[in-house]
Design a protein around this ligand. Structure first.
Ligand code: HEM
Length: 148
């Protein structure tokens, strides 16, 4: 009985999350979809909008910002909730390194997005936008690697 329980835990048998874990991760992933997916979709739309109707570009960007920043706040809050549910003493050094890199990149994507909204020149707007988007994708990928 003991041996079969141990082999069940150590093998890759899928199991249902508890309701609370499901809510916590769903909120985190939903907010990541808005923050990361929104930036990717916006980057894809911008060239077309600029061609067809350049005057609405800033209205679209401002409206996206109104959704993206609350999503970022939800990411940080649910991220802290995720972290509180982890037994750090049981994690490997590699897991800790990946987690720390993820946290650094969270700061990078937040800061780059802020600077992107404040930049005046086209070059800087593009540069900060691509740093924000690339680091956001990296945070998402690292998040998947650290998920237990
Ligand atoms: C831009 C911000 C962020 C993005 C895009 C992001 C994205 C993700 C994604 C996609 C996952 C995988 C979820 C899954 O596979 O179920 C994840 C997991 C995780 N994230 Fe984040 N995250 C962000 C910010 C944060 C912050 C600020 C923290 C901590 C303060 C954090 C802590 C965690 C932890 C601990 C996990 C693993 C959860 C578990 O295994 O239960 N995240 N993140």
């Amino acid at each position: 009985m003991f041996i079969s329980t141990v082999s069940l835990i150590s093998s890759n048998v899928p199991h249902l999350s508890s309701a609370l874990n499901g809510i916590r991760l769903s909120l985190h992933v939903l907010a990541a979809a808005v923050w990361v997916g929104g930036q990717i979709v916006l980057a894809g739309l911008v060239p077309k909008v600029r061609k067809v109707s350049p005057e609405v570009l800033s209205a679209i960007a401002n409206q996206f910002a109104k959704m993206a920043w609350p999503a970022f706040v939800v990411l940080v809050l649910t991220g802290l909730w995720n972290a509180s549910a982890i037994d750090f003493s049981a994690t490997s050094w590699a897991w800790k390194v990946v987690f720390i890199i993820k946290l650094v990149l969270v700061v990078v994507t937040g800061l780059a997005s802020f600077l992107h909204t404040k930049a005046k020149s086209k070059k800087l707007i593009a540069a900060w936008g691509s740093v924000a988007g690339t680091s956001a994708i990296a945070v998402l990928v690292l998040g998947i690697f650290i998920t237990g």
